[in-house]
Structure formats: C-alpha cells, structure tokens
Design a protein around this ligand. Structure first.
Ligand code: AMP
Ligand code: FE
Ligand code: FE
Ligand code: ZN
Length: 293
C-alpha cells in the first residue's frame, strides 16, 4: 500500500464522472476530453445524463495518451420510500446498442423534454419571460435538464447563478416537476445485461435532498451494484468516511470524481479522483465496450 501522505507523482489521475453538452455540461464532448488532458488527467469518463450521445465525438477527439471510459449517469428512483427517492447511477462501459437499455435511455430523454416543457409552462403562468424554444435551444440536441432552464432564468435577469436557480423559490421546489426515472433495481439489472458496471453517484448528497438508507445500498449490492462514489463535492468528510466504511463492509469499490459540468457548476476537472486499483476493478468487470486508449 502507498502512503496517502506521499505525493502521487507516479499514479494516474482518474476522473470518472464528467458531463458535456450531450447533457447539462457546457463543454462539447471534444472540448471536454481536451480539457481533461490539459488538466493532467490520464483517465476520464464521459457520463452524460441518460445518453451516450457524446461518446462518438469524445472518442474522435480523445488526445493521445489519455484513456476514455464511456459511460452515462442514469436517472433512477427508489420506490421503497413515500414519496419515492430520486437517485443517480453511473453506468460504465456498457454496450450502447443493447436494445433494452437503449430504449430506456431514449424514454428518459423524452420524459426530460416533457418535464422541461411543464416546468417552463409553470414559470410562464407566473409571468416569467422564458420560452420552451429558448430552453430547448440551450440543450442543443442533448438531454434537457434544469441547468438549461436555469440558463434561461439567468438570461432573463431573474437569478445570477445556476445555484441560485436551484433554490426553493425557483427550480428546487416552487417550479419543481419530477422526472419519471427508472426503477433503481431495474436500472442495475439492465446495465449489467448490457455488459456495464454500475456505481452509485453521490449516494449521501444530503444537500440535494433525501438520501437512501444503507439497507437499500445493501440490497443493491446484492442485485449487482459494483461501487459507491465517495469523494464528491456534495459529500462532507463524514459522509465520505461513512461511504468508505459501507463499501468495505459490502465488498464494493469506491470512486472519487469531479462531476464536472463546465460553467454550470464551479467544480473543476480532477477536483476528486479515483484510486487506480478501484479503476482497474471496474474495467475488469465490464464486458460491454472497451476503454479507449
Ligand atoms: P435535472 O437532471 O434536470 O433534475 O437537473 C439536475 C442537474 O442539475 C444535476 O445533474 C446537477 O448536476 C445539476 N445542478 C447544477 N447546479 C445544481 C444545484 N445547485 N443543485 C442541484 N443540481 C444542480
Ligand atoms: Fe447534471
Ligand atoms: Fe448526479
Ligand atoms: Zn453527474
């Protein structure tokens, strides 16, 4: 084991959770992989919400020497609480052509559009001067998300930042409309059947809302969940430690990632990283598509 006190001069820098304009990031997939290389990353994953739409462009632009893990972040829900709790699963290295998973992703994207239109209609009913056409334009063919609506609210001068747009007076509560989402157990099974590996994204992010109990994570581990994202900006140091302990108890890997979204968030590429041993376990478990590079 290496000491955590030593600088990791020889260890690869691995960031396994990054968004592009294929969903709610602000860098195109090509810009994203170039920015990753410029930030010194040796391995990066593209994990747009509910889509593999950025994979081809990211692969084509991948700088020499940087490895690219193709993935997605799936919108899921656990129905064991009332009301059901939304959560995100990171799916890595699955076959994008596997028809069951591809159809589910397409359904999620379609639902995101309908839900976006409903949020815009609610805002307009209160006199907010934004349109669905404007929001849809910001999404530019990618998965529509609330950050695109936030962008319209900023343009209209109603809020100054994306964070402010997520406060309860706006998209956080007053103008919140839920997505339909995948049942979390169905999502784990479907990704595995497509040859992918599943890591629970920011599982303890209490600042985003309700989080699921350890019992659910235990049940998901039995259903084929492979890892937990521990190091993430939305986790406190205590939450990170709890996740590590739980992962160890359940035999799951832990990851660390930036969840980079370009200027829709302040976090930078490589702000949190994944241990190479954990990364190797993820790669070894996947059978859908290879890592590129
Ligand atoms: P949606 O997927 O449409 O429900 O929108 C949530 C997305 O907005 C998540 O992917 C977040 O990464 C992003 N986001 C950006 N800023 C915030 C914020 N302050 N609170 C929650 N989500 C945020
Ligand atoms: Fe996002
Ligand atoms: Fe997420
Ligand atoms: Zn994310």
């Amino acid at each position: 084991m290496t000491s955590i006190d030593l600088p990791d001069i020889d260890l690869p820098d691995i960031d396994l959770h990054c968004h592009s304009t294929a969903s709610d990031g602000t860098l195109t997939p090509a810009e994203l992989v170039r920015a990753g290389a410029a930030a010194g990353l040796d391995v990066m994953a593209i994990t747009d919400h509910d889509t593999t739409g950025g994979w081809a462009e990211a692969a084509a632009a991948r700088p020499e020497g940087m490895r690219l893990v193709r993935g997605a972040e799936l919108s899921c829900r656990w129905h064991g609480a009332e009301p059901a709790i939304p959560l995100h699963l990171l799916a890595y290295l699955f076959d994008p052509a596997e028809p069951v998973l591809a159809a589910k992703l397409a359904g999620l994207r379609e639902d995101r559009e309908q839900r976006g239109e409903r949020i815009v209609a609610k805002l307009r009913a209160d006199g907010v001067p934004i349109t669905w056409e404007e929001v849809y334009g910001y999404a530019a063919g990618g998965s529509v998300g609330r950050p695109h609506i936030a962008q319209a609210l900023i343009r209209a001068g109603l809020v100054k930042t994306t964070n402010e747009a997520f406060e309860s007076a706006w998209l956080g509560a007053r103008y919140f409309v839920p997505k339909s989402d995948l049942d979390v157990f169905d999502a784990v099974r479907t990704v595995r059947e497509a040859g992918g590996v599943v890591v629970f994204a920011h599982p303890r992010a209490t600042k985003r809302g309700r989080v699921v109990p350890d019992e659910l994570i235990t049940a998901l581990a039995e259903a084929g969940l492979f890892g937990l994202e521990a190091d993430h900006e939305d986790h406190s140091p205590a939450e990170r430690a709890q996740i590590r302990a739980l992962a160890q108890r359940l035999g799951l890997v832990v990851t660390g990632s930036s969840d980079f979204h370009g200027t829709h968030k302040t976090v930078q590429l490589g702000a949190f990283k994944t241990d190479p041993e954990m990364y190797e376990k993820i790669v070894s478990a996947a059978t859908g598509v290879p890592v590129l590079g």
